[in-house]
Design a protein around this ligand. Sequence first.
Ligand code: GTP
Ligand code: MG
Length: 333
Amino acid sequence: MSNDTASENVEDEEIVIDIDEPEMTIEDLPGVGPATAEKLLEAGFEELLAIAVMSPSELAEQAELGEGVSAKIIAGAKKLANIGGFISGTALLDRRREVQKLTSGCSALDELLGGGFETQAIVEVFGEFGSGKTQIALQLAVNTLLPVSKGGFDGEVFYIDTEDTFRPERIAQMAEAVGMDPQDALDRIHVARAYNSAHQTLLVDEIKRASKNYDVKLIIVDSLTSHFRSEYIGRGMLATRQQKLNRHLKELKQLSDIQNALILVTNQVMSKPDAMWGDPTRAIGGHIVAHASTFRLYLRKSKGGRRIARLIDSPNLPEGEAVFTVTAEGLQD
Ligand code: GTP
Ligand code: MG
């Protein structure tokens, strides 16, 4: 049909426009001079989107501005942040075509995820202590180094460790099990210990810088929430905590899109029955983390050292379960 080529060109143009659009910053906001910009930055507002979703009173309090000024800034941010901008289905499909899938080494788990752990996505692995979250993280770190023909990404790994549970010996063990030189594996997995939530957030900027020299294909945050949970305690701190977590996740998601990389975050669930965190399918961080995650895997321990992973509210895959075990060699069916 003669229409086809014409419509293809239109789609191409739309993609180009999308990429070339200059990124607006808070300095572009009407009425924001250097002093106000400084206040906003100091309060942690680096992105228009973060401002656009605030209420005037929240912004006034957090950035120490008047409410009237805050309302104007928010209105400006909503316009500039291009909330709800449309992009063509074709452009979306093109991006989706770049998606790569990483094997976990366990076929049941890969199948549950529609063929493996996807790039351009945040995967949240949550479950109680000892359920296998860190073991999955370590295994995916090793597998990311594998050639694409073996289900890997042939890329580099950046691992943010908040609980000091990264074990190089375990990486070496898993690397040997897949026929990789342990030294080579350890060279390509870059680890940073995050001392608090602010440091954890800064490390993402560090990864952004590193991505100029390294082919970053997997970013792990183990655990995403532990620092935030211990630093922001009680109802009064909840809004601030959620806002900071939200921004952290947005930055991670942005990196995953730019790098065509996979983001794996772990999250613990409290066994203590509590109004906010009692439901096991509702991990720490509540709906902010749940909403930001593309895939959510809920892990639980079962008989004989088995682990059960359940896929929860995925955009395009049926809910289901996969059984795996953690052995000396790593994850197995
Ligand atoms: P928290 O971080 O405490 O919330 O737990 P987690 O979900 O990260 O648990 P983790 O991944 O550390 O799983 C711990 C379990 O993995 C242990 O109880 C062991 O069953 C298993 N495991 C850990 N290391 C090894 C190992 O070197 N060999 C074997 N065979 N199993 C291991
Ligand atoms: Mg752990």
